[in-house]
Write a new protein. Structure first.
Ligand code: PMP
Length: 425
């Protein structure tokens, strides 16, 4: 019996079944683009812990900053006895996010918590109740964010009742919405909002610039700017959830930049902390500062160790120009996937930007989702030493999220494994 098997037996007896894992192997160490388990088995990493380890799993500057901070102090609670690094992380969020207006930021522990707080801020600032989200959206697993998330299984099933005043609008999904252009898809969404909710009741429109768990859905060009313009014209707060797309993942600091968006509020997490749990809300000073003193916070939000990691991760992103690295990854990965799609009737779409790329698998001859093949190909990749993830409302999207520091050689080795898995299936 392997060491992993042994740990797995203990896990089944100790860890709640509701908490899943993609692979049943237990990790001993991880580097720039690889994971090694307790038995010495190795995987190339096309998952990055779900788009977190953009700078790698053990980036030298992050390791050093964390070590130094742990030796100084681990926690005081910023709401009790503040420290400089929290302020410095907020300054970085203000500097790096799009929007030339005056901004403020606040720090939290997880993506879901950042989203909850962005909604709190928007409701408080506008005095309105409704939040508009989109088909295929994913915003987290807490009660409010479950309501904001679209997909039932596994995220919402029998976990209700959910928070009220959440309304869902149709998303631009070029493969599956009949090829509506961005303006047409936005008109459809706005029509739903105006007729079913009423602009005056809407505090915020919340959207992922590229949808993550929902299937790496890239809206048609013009969709996001049209929704943002409608929000602005109607006193509605436009919130970009950049938790998965942010921090160089899509080839820019933030995916909103691609269409010149300046969201009123942006939520961040994942890549921001170089592997430590930290999240943020950043945006217009008048909205952020509308909330009364003491209205935002939490025991651990902006923990000093996580702040040290975030500052070091951001420095690493700057030093290594990881936005360009994401573009380079796309320039290798995307053409390889497009070439595969040319000879594979089951690949209906290759999409995404930077190091956030996916293929959508269908039953040849139509658009029926092929979730079974998606799971089989992903498992074949795992068996051959490549860690991949699936996603999508229909479970038929294979997604690739390599760390932005992955070497070209590892990237190409991963593509070879994927190619074999797709061809043999
Ligand atoms: N929003 C988006 C776009 C996400 O991708 C995620 C996580 N997959 C979340 C929110 C929730 O983040 P967390 O898991 O840190 O709560």
């Amino acid at each position: 019996m392997s060491v992993s098997d042994d740990i797995h037996k203990r896990r089944v007896a100790a860890v709640a079944r509701g908490v899943g894992s993609t692979i049943p192997f237990y990790i001993e160490k991880a580097g720039g683009g690889t994971l090694t388990d307790v038995d010495g088995r190795e995987w190339l990493d096309f998952a990055s812990g779900i788009a977190v380890t953009n700078v790698g799993n053990a980036a030298p500057k992050v390791v050093e900053a964390v070590r130094a901070q742990v030796e100084r102090f681990t926690h005081t609670c910023f709401m009790v006895a503040p420290y400089e690094s929290y302020v410095a992380v907020c300054e970085q969020l203000i500097e790096l996010t799009p929007g030339s207006f005056e901004k403020r930021a606040a720090l939290f522990n997880s993506g879901a918590e950042a989203v909850e707080n962005a909604v709190k801020i928007a409701r408080h600032a506008t005095g309105r109740p409704a939040v508009v989200v989109f088909d295929h959206a994913y915003h987290g697993r807490t009660n409010l964010t479950m309501a904001l998330t679209a997909k039932n299984m596994p995220y919402k099933h029998r976990f209700g009742p959910f928070a009220p005043e959440v309304y869902r609008a149709p998303m631009s999904y070029p493969l599956r919405d009949g090829g509506l252009d961005g303006a047409e898809a936005a008109r459809k969404a706005i029509d739903v909002i105006e007729k079913q909710v009423g602009a005056d009741n809407v505090a915020a429109v919340l959207i992922e610039p590229i949808q993550g768990e929902g299937g790496f859905i890239v809206p048609a060009p013009g969709f996001l700017p049209a929704i943002a313009a409608w929000a602005s014209a109607n006193g509605v707060v436009f919130i970009a959830d950049e938790i998965q797309t942010g921090f160089c993942r899509t080839g820019q600091w933030f995916a909103s930049e691609d269409e010149g968006l300046e969201p009123d509020l942006i939520t961040t997490a994942k890549g921001m902390g170089g592997g430590l749990p930290i999240a943020g809300v950043v945006g217009r000073a008048d909205l952020m500062d509308a909330v009364h003193a003491g209205g935002l916070g939490g025991t651990y939000g902006g923990n000093p160790v996580a702040c040290a990691a975030a500052l070091a991760a951001i420095e690493t992103m700057r030093d290594l120009d990881l936005a360009s690295a994401a573009q380079r990854i796309a320039s290798i990965l995307k053409p390889a996937l497009v070439a595969l799609a040319e000879n594979d009737q089951g690949i209906a779409d290759v999409r995404g930007r930077g190091a956030m790329i996916a293929v959508e698998l269908v039953v040849p001859g139509g658009l029926d989702p092929d979730a079974a093949r998606t799971a089989a190909v992903s498992q074949a990749c795992h068996a051959a030493g490549l860690l991949t993830l699936t996603c999508g409302t229909y479970g038929n999207v294979l997604r690739f999220l390599p760390p932005l520091v992955i070497s070209d050689e590892d990237l190409r080795r991963g593509i070879d494994i994927l190619t074999t898995a797709l061809r043999n299936d």
